[in-house]
Design a protein around this ligand. Structure first.
Ligand SMILES: C[S@@+](CC[C@H](N)C(=O)[O-])C[C@H]1O[C@@H](n2cnc3c(N)ncnc32)[C@H](O)[C@@H]1O
Ligand SMILES: [Zn+2]
Length: 374
């Protein structure tokens, strides 16, 4: 089946009727990841201004080669790798069909990465990226792009699996998409630090089915130590939704075991999580400006990126509906809600994680007073 996406035309396997995740037999293609790919192309465009020396791009899990073809069309020097022989043939044909040069490699990407260094490495695996991240950080020069689709382990819904994969304890809270992102980022920055590299997220976003993040690398033990200082723990009350956080790789021994606000015993600890910024707002604005109308998901991508760029930089968001449920009051519109918080003098923004997500530095009683006047 022929498919046009972002100005290139590629062959992909036939879709199964109603397929939402990947196509049927044969080489993998997921039409629902178009937004992810449009943002990737915009990141590659914006990144060239930030780091003009970044020229080579490894599409590490190429499948049809759609990412590699689109990156080649942007002028990157592309290598497409896959372990699947059919995928490699399809990626080669798709590069040729679009008159793009590129190297196609029938290799396990872990082996390839230990032989060759790339400026940008893009990991887009099935499920968790963990089996590939050591090789990626050890052998990328500038930027590592990572997709993870194992959202249940990451956000704590499948907690044991999350602990095994990510070396952190995630908890299933009402901000689970952000828990997933911060669990992933924690594992990624710790992996980079093993190679004396600081990995800093310059753009990240989460949707129901995946987490996507772009980490810029800086060499040096001191820079890596600085990044590790951004790790820490979130403490969360399952009853009143109060939460706090603390920095450090060791959680404070005297941390409360009951909620300091409502005395509930259902007071959870999660971590070590990434507590630092999930994006560089100025870069995300450049990424936003690099989206063009030829992209099929331009509208959603622009909305997503402006929200990410404007998001208050705090480690957890709130779900407005959950709070109103707690208050036994009918919810009001999100924009009005956020303006009431601001009018009361609190920092507050919407957050990209879902339509009812917002961030603020106000406590829950302060929010209640600001929006309900009680
Ligand atoms: C989710 S698909 C990639 C989708 C593609 N990037 C896209 O945007 O449509 C994952 C691909 O990774 C390949 N793969 C799995 N393990 C690999 C490995 N160790 N090295 C290289 N490719 C691998 C699979 O054959 C599969 O084609
Ligand atoms: Zn509480």
């Amino acid at each position: 089946m022929e498919l046009a996406e972002g100005g290139v035309v590629i062959d992909v396997p036939e879709s199964r009727d109603g397929a939402s995740e990947g196509t049927g037999e044969g080489v993998f293609f997921n039409p629902t990841q178009e937004l992810n790919r449009d943002v990737t192309v915009a990141v590659l465009r914006a990144y060239r201004d930030r780091e003009p020396r970044a020229a080579s791009y490894l599409d590490a899990m190429a499948a049809s080669g759609i990412r590699g073809v689109r990156a080649a069309a942007e002028g990157y020097d592309v290598t497409c790798a896959d372990v699947d022989r059919d995928a490699v043939e399809l990626a080669r044909a798709n590069l040729e069909r679009n008159d793009q040069e590129g190297t196609v490699s029938h290799r396990n990407v872990n082996a390839l990465l230990h032989e060759e260094v790339f400026d940008v490495v893009d990991l887009d695996p099935y499920g968790t990226p963990i089996p590939f991240v050591d090789a990626a950080f050890a052998n990328a020069r500038n930027l590592v792009c990572v997709t993870a689709t194992d959202t249940a382990p990451l956000c704590g819904a499948h907690q044991q699996s999350g602990i095994r994969k990510y070396g952190a304890v995630p908890q299933n809270t009402d901000y689970h998409p952000e828990m997933g992102l911060r669990t992933l980022l924690s594992a990624l920055v710790r992996t980079a630090a093993k190679y004396d590299l600081a990995a800093r997220p310059i753009c990240s976003h989460v949707s129901r089915h995946y987490v996507r993040t772009y980490l810029e690398l800086e060499g040096g033990a001191r820079a890596a130590d600085d990044v590790l200082d951004e790790l820490g723990y979130v403490h969360h009350c399952e009853d009143c939704l109060h939460r706090t956080h603390e920095h450090g790789l060791i959680a404070a021994a005297d941390r409360p075991t009951r909620c300091p606000r409502c005395d509930s015993k259902r007071y959870l600890d999660a971590g070590p999580l990434w507590l630092g910024p999930i994006a560089d707002p100025a870069f995300v604005r450049d990424v936003h400006d690099a989206i063009d109308d030829e992209m099929g998901e331009a509208k959603r991508a622009r909305k997503l990126l402006s929200r990410v760029a404007g998001e208050l930089d705090t480690p957890t968001h709130y779900d407005q509906h959950r709070l109103y449920e707690q208050w036994s009051e009918p919810a009001i519109g999100m924009d009005e809600f956020v303006s009431r918080l601001r009018a009361a003098g609190h920092d507050a923004t919407r957050a990209h994680y879902r339509g009812t997500a917002f961030k603020t530095r106000a406590s829950i009683p302060e929010m209640r007073e600001a929006v309900l006047g009680e």
